[in-house]
Design a protein around this ligand. Structure first.
Ligand code: 13P
Ligand code: ZN
Length: 271
Protein backbone atom coordinates (compact mmCIF):
# COMPACT_ATOMS: atom_id res chain seq x y z
CA UNK A 1 0.00 0.00 0.00
CA UNK A 2 1.37 3.43 -0.97
CA UNK A 3 1.72 6.26 1.56
CA UNK A 4 -1.46 8.34 1.51
CA UNK A 5 0.44 11.48 2.51
CA UNK A 6 2.14 11.34 -0.91
CA UNK A 7 -1.09 10.79 -2.82
CA UNK A 8 -1.55 13.48 -5.50
CA UNK A 9 -5.09 14.24 -4.26
CA UNK A 10 -3.88 14.84 -0.67
CA UNK A 11 -0.99 16.99 -1.91
CA UNK A 12 -3.36 19.00 -4.13
CA UNK A 13 -5.73 19.65 -1.19
CA UNK A 14 -2.79 20.80 0.96
CA UNK A 15 -1.49 23.06 -1.78
CA UNK A 16 -4.90 24.55 -2.64
CA UNK A 17 -5.92 25.24 0.96
CA UNK A 18 -2.59 26.96 1.62
CA UNK A 19 -2.92 29.02 -1.54
CA UNK A 20 -6.47 30.13 -0.68
CA UNK A 21 -5.42 31.00 2.86
CA UNK A 22 -2.60 33.19 1.56
CA UNK A 23 -5.01 34.99 -0.75
CA UNK A 24 -6.89 36.04 2.38
CA UNK A 25 -10.06 34.24 1.35
CA UNK A 26 -10.22 31.73 4.20
CA UNK A 27 -9.90 33.34 7.58
CA UNK A 28 -10.08 31.05 10.62
CA UNK A 29 -12.13 27.98 9.54
CA UNK A 30 -13.72 29.83 6.60
CA UNK A 31 -14.09 27.82 3.41
CA UNK A 32 -14.28 24.16 2.52
CA UNK A 33 -13.35 21.93 -0.42
CA UNK A 34 -14.67 18.57 -1.57
CA UNK A 35 -13.30 16.49 -4.43
CA UNK A 36 -14.77 13.29 -5.80
CA UNK A 37 -11.97 10.75 -6.26
CA UNK A 38 -11.47 7.71 -8.40
CA UNK A 39 -12.07 4.66 -6.16
CA UNK A 40 -9.41 2.61 -7.90
CA UNK A 41 -6.81 5.32 -7.29
CA UNK A 42 -7.80 5.64 -3.61
CA UNK A 43 -7.52 1.84 -3.33
CA UNK A 44 -3.78 2.13 -4.02
CA UNK A 45 -3.45 4.02 -0.72
CA UNK A 46 -6.24 2.76 1.54
CA UNK A 47 -8.00 -0.51 2.35
CA UNK A 48 -11.49 0.37 1.13
CA UNK A 49 -13.02 -2.30 3.39
CA UNK A 50 -11.74 -0.56 6.51
CA UNK A 51 -14.41 1.90 7.67
CA UNK A 52 -13.17 3.94 10.66
CA UNK A 53 -16.45 5.65 11.55
CA UNK A 54 -19.95 6.08 10.13
CA UNK A 55 -21.21 9.66 10.03
CA UNK A 56 -24.91 10.32 9.34
CA UNK A 57 -25.48 12.86 6.55
CA UNK A 58 -28.99 14.04 7.44
CA UNK A 59 -30.15 14.02 3.82
CA UNK A 60 -30.44 11.59 0.93
CA UNK A 61 -27.32 11.25 -1.21
CA UNK A 62 -28.30 8.01 -2.97
CA UNK A 63 -27.46 9.50 -6.38
CA UNK A 64 -23.78 9.41 -5.36
CA UNK A 65 -23.83 6.21 -3.24
CA UNK A 66 -20.42 4.52 -3.25
CA UNK A 67 -18.61 7.67 -4.39
CA UNK A 68 -15.49 8.67 -2.48
CA UNK A 69 -14.66 12.27 -1.52
CA UNK A 70 -11.71 13.99 0.07
CA UNK A 71 -13.07 16.89 2.09
CA UNK A 72 -11.94 19.54 4.55
CA UNK A 73 -13.03 19.17 8.18
CA UNK A 74 -15.60 21.24 10.03
CA UNK A 75 -13.99 23.95 12.14
CA UNK A 76 -10.58 23.29 10.62
CA UNK A 77 -8.35 26.15 9.44
CA UNK A 78 -7.13 26.23 5.81
CA UNK A 79 -3.93 27.71 7.25
CA UNK A 80 -3.21 24.37 8.97
CA UNK A 81 -4.10 21.81 6.28
CA UNK A 82 -0.59 21.41 4.88
CA UNK A 83 0.89 21.08 8.37
CA UNK A 84 -1.40 18.23 9.42
CA UNK A 85 -3.49 16.83 6.55
CA UNK A 86 -4.63 13.77 8.50
CA UNK A 87 -6.25 15.98 11.16
CA UNK A 88 -7.73 18.62 8.86
CA UNK A 89 -8.85 16.45 5.94
CA UNK A 90 -10.89 13.28 5.63
CA UNK A 91 -11.69 10.73 2.96
CA UNK A 92 -15.26 9.48 3.07
CA UNK A 93 -17.42 7.15 0.99
CA UNK A 94 -21.15 7.68 0.64
CA UNK A 95 -22.89 4.56 1.98
CA UNK A 96 -24.92 2.30 -0.29
CA UNK A 97 -28.21 3.62 1.10
CA UNK A 98 -27.05 7.24 0.62
CA UNK A 99 -27.66 8.15 4.27
CA UNK A 100 -24.15 8.12 5.75
CA UNK A 101 -20.55 9.05 5.10
CA UNK A 102 -18.13 6.21 5.85
CA UNK A 103 -14.81 7.57 7.05
CA UNK A 104 -11.87 5.81 5.39
CA UNK A 105 -9.05 8.13 6.45
CA UNK A 106 -8.37 11.40 8.31
CA UNK A 107 -10.24 13.58 10.83
CA UNK A 108 -7.79 12.02 13.28
CA UNK A 109 -9.06 14.07 16.26
CA UNK A 110 -12.58 12.68 15.90
CA UNK A 111 -13.60 15.46 13.53
CA UNK A 112 -16.09 15.34 10.71
CA UNK A 113 -16.63 16.79 7.24
CA UNK A 114 -17.38 20.49 6.80
CA UNK A 115 -20.70 21.76 8.15
CA UNK A 116 -21.38 22.71 4.53
CA UNK A 117 -21.28 19.07 3.41
CA UNK A 118 -25.00 19.19 2.51
CA UNK A 119 -24.35 22.11 0.09
CA UNK A 120 -21.27 20.35 -1.26
CA UNK A 121 -22.84 16.96 -1.89
CA UNK A 122 -26.09 18.43 -3.22
CA UNK A 123 -23.99 20.63 -5.54
CA UNK A 124 -21.98 17.59 -6.68
CA UNK A 125 -25.24 15.78 -7.47
CA UNK A 126 -26.60 18.80 -9.37
CA UNK A 127 -23.41 19.38 -11.36
CA UNK A 128 -22.92 15.68 -12.16
CA UNK A 129 -26.42 15.61 -13.63
CA UNK A 130 -25.43 18.31 -16.15
CA UNK A 131 -21.70 17.49 -16.42
CA UNK A 132 -20.72 13.88 -15.62
CA UNK A 133 -17.09 15.00 -15.42
CA UNK A 134 -17.59 17.43 -12.54
CA UNK A 135 -15.38 16.53 -9.58
CA UNK A 136 -14.71 19.57 -7.38
CA UNK A 137 -16.87 21.86 -5.25
CA UNK A 138 -15.18 24.70 -3.42
CA UNK A 139 -16.54 27.28 -0.97
CA UNK A 140 -14.60 30.33 0.15
CA UNK A 141 -14.96 33.90 1.47
CA UNK A 142 -13.11 36.08 -1.07
CA UNK A 143 -12.81 39.64 0.17
CA UNK A 144 -13.90 41.76 -2.79
CA UNK A 145 -16.73 39.46 -3.86
CA UNK A 146 -18.09 39.77 -0.35
CA UNK A 147 -17.60 43.54 -0.31
CA UNK A 148 -19.49 43.82 -3.60
CA UNK A 149 -22.41 41.93 -2.04
CA UNK A 150 -23.00 44.93 0.25
CA UNK A 151 -23.18 47.57 -2.45
CA UNK A 152 -24.65 45.74 -5.46
CA UNK A 153 -28.09 44.34 -6.14
CA UNK A 154 -28.13 40.58 -5.53
CA UNK A 155 -29.64 39.22 -8.72
CA UNK A 156 -28.18 36.66 -11.13
CA UNK A 157 -28.44 38.92 -14.17
CA UNK A 158 -27.38 42.27 -12.64
CA UNK A 159 -24.50 40.82 -10.62
CA UNK A 160 -23.25 38.83 -13.61
CA UNK A 161 -23.49 41.85 -15.90
CA UNK A 162 -21.43 44.00 -13.54
CA UNK A 163 -18.76 41.28 -13.24
CA UNK A 164 -18.64 40.80 -17.01
CA UNK A 165 -18.01 44.55 -17.38
CA UNK A 166 -15.01 44.51 -15.05
CA UNK A 167 -12.60 42.21 -16.93
CA UNK A 168 -12.47 41.38 -20.61
CA UNK A 169 -12.00 37.68 -19.86
CA UNK A 170 -15.09 37.34 -17.65
CA UNK A 171 -17.75 36.58 -20.26
CA UNK A 172 -15.41 33.98 -21.75
CA UNK A 173 -14.53 32.33 -18.41
CA UNK A 174 -18.08 32.19 -17.06
CA UNK A 175 -20.40 32.73 -20.04
CA UNK A 176 -23.31 31.11 -18.17
CA UNK A 177 -23.00 33.87 -15.53
CA UNK A 178 -23.12 33.48 -11.78
CA UNK A 179 -26.05 32.45 -9.61
CA UNK A 180 -26.75 34.65 -6.60
CA UNK A 181 -28.57 33.64 -3.43
CA UNK A 182 -29.79 36.09 -0.78
CA UNK A 183 -28.35 35.85 2.72
CA UNK A 184 -29.42 32.51 4.15
CA UNK A 185 -28.55 30.50 7.23
CA UNK A 186 -25.44 28.46 6.39
CA UNK A 187 -24.69 24.85 7.32
CA UNK A 188 -28.26 23.72 6.60
CA UNK A 189 -29.94 21.43 4.09
CA UNK A 190 -32.07 24.43 3.01
CA UNK A 191 -29.09 26.45 1.78
CA UNK A 192 -27.71 23.24 0.28
CA UNK A 193 -30.88 22.71 -1.73
CA UNK A 194 -30.92 26.35 -2.88
CA UNK A 195 -27.27 26.13 -3.92
CA UNK A 196 -27.82 22.89 -5.81
CA UNK A 197 -30.79 24.43 -7.64
CA UNK A 198 -28.53 27.25 -8.88
CA UNK A 199 -25.76 24.74 -9.69
CA UNK A 200 -28.02 23.22 -12.36
CA UNK A 201 -27.37 26.43 -14.33
CA UNK A 202 -24.17 27.93 -12.94
CA UNK A 203 -20.72 26.71 -11.88
CA UNK A 204 -20.40 29.75 -9.62
CA UNK A 205 -22.96 30.49 -6.92
CA UNK A 206 -22.66 33.48 -4.62
CA UNK A 207 -24.03 33.22 -1.11
CA UNK A 208 -25.14 36.78 -0.35
CA UNK A 209 -22.96 38.42 2.32
CA UNK A 210 -21.21 35.13 3.05
CA UNK A 211 -19.06 33.84 0.20
CA UNK A 212 -18.96 31.92 -3.03
CA UNK A 213 -19.18 28.37 -4.37
CA UNK A 214 -17.32 27.17 -7.44
CA UNK A 215 -17.58 23.83 -9.20
CA UNK A 216 -15.51 22.20 -11.91
CA UNK A 217 -13.97 19.13 -13.48
CA UNK A 218 -10.66 19.95 -11.80
CA UNK A 219 -9.37 21.95 -8.87
CA UNK A 220 -7.97 24.46 -11.38
CA UNK A 221 -11.34 24.96 -13.04
CA UNK A 222 -13.22 25.55 -9.75
CA UNK A 223 -10.44 27.76 -8.38
CA UNK A 224 -9.99 29.65 -11.65
CA UNK A 225 -13.68 30.52 -11.77
CA UNK A 226 -13.66 31.94 -8.25
CA UNK A 227 -10.36 33.72 -8.89
CA UNK A 228 -11.79 35.42 -11.98
CA UNK A 229 -14.99 36.46 -10.19
CA UNK A 230 -12.90 37.82 -7.32
CA UNK A 231 -10.66 39.79 -9.68
CA UNK A 232 -13.71 41.37 -11.33
CA UNK A 233 -15.23 42.17 -7.93
CA UNK A 234 -11.94 43.76 -6.87
CA UNK A 235 -11.99 46.06 -9.89
CA UNK A 236 -15.65 46.84 -9.22
CA UNK A 237 -14.87 47.82 -5.63
CA UNK A 238 -11.82 49.86 -6.63
CA UNK A 239 -13.91 51.88 -9.07
CA UNK A 240 -17.47 51.85 -7.68
CA UNK A 241 -17.08 55.21 -5.93
CA UNK A 242 -15.42 56.92 -8.90
CA UNK A 243 -17.07 58.43 -11.97
CA UNK A 244 -17.23 55.74 -14.66
CA UNK A 245 -15.56 57.16 -17.77
CA UNK A 246 -15.14 53.93 -19.74
CA UNK A 247 -16.75 50.52 -19.71
CA UNK A 248 -16.85 47.30 -21.71
CA UNK A 249 -20.02 47.75 -23.73
CA UNK A 250 -22.55 44.97 -24.36
CA UNK A 251 -21.68 44.93 -28.09
CA UNK A 252 -18.05 44.32 -27.13
CA UNK A 253 -19.02 41.46 -24.83
CA UNK A 254 -21.01 39.90 -27.67
CA UNK A 255 -17.98 40.30 -29.94
CA UNK A 256 -15.81 38.53 -27.34
CA UNK A 257 -18.29 35.69 -26.76
CA UNK A 258 -18.70 35.13 -30.48
CA UNK A 259 -14.96 35.26 -31.18
CA UNK A 260 -14.25 32.69 -28.44
CA UNK A 261 -17.30 30.62 -29.34
CA UNK A 262 -18.90 30.53 -25.89
CA UNK A 263 -22.58 30.09 -25.24
CA UNK A 264 -23.32 33.12 -23.05
CA UNK A 265 -26.48 34.16 -21.23
CA UNK A 266 -27.89 36.61 -23.76
CA UNK A 267 -30.68 37.59 -21.37
CA UNK A 268 -28.05 38.87 -18.89
CA UNK A 269 -27.05 41.66 -21.26
CA UNK A 270 -29.00 44.86 -20.85
CA UNK A 271 -30.20 44.77 -24.44
P1 13P B 1 -16.65 24.57 8.25
O1 13P B 1 -15.52 24.90 9.18
O2 13P B 1 -17.69 23.70 8.89
O3 13P B 1 -16.14 24.01 6.93
O4 13P B 1 -17.41 25.94 7.90
C1 13P B 1 -16.73 27.00 7.34
C2 13P B 1 -17.60 27.88 6.52
O5 13P B 1 -17.12 28.56 5.63
C3 13P B 1 -19.05 27.92 6.80
O6 13P B 1 -19.75 28.45 5.73
ZN1 ZN C 1 -18.53 29.92 4.61
Amino acid sequence: MKNILNAPFVEEMMHTAANMYRLGWDERNGGNISWMLDAQQVGEYLDLNQVLRVLPLGFDAKAIAGKIFIVTGSGKYFKNVDRDPELNLGIVRISENGQDAELLWGFSDGGRPTSEFPAHLMSHMARLAVDPENRVVMHTHPTYTLAMNYVHELSDSKFTHSLWQMCTECIVVFPEGVGVLPWMLCGTNTIGEATAEKMKEFRVVIWGMHGVYGAGKTMDEAFGLIETVEKAAQIYMLTAHLPRVNTIRDEEMIELAEFFGVNYRKDFLLG
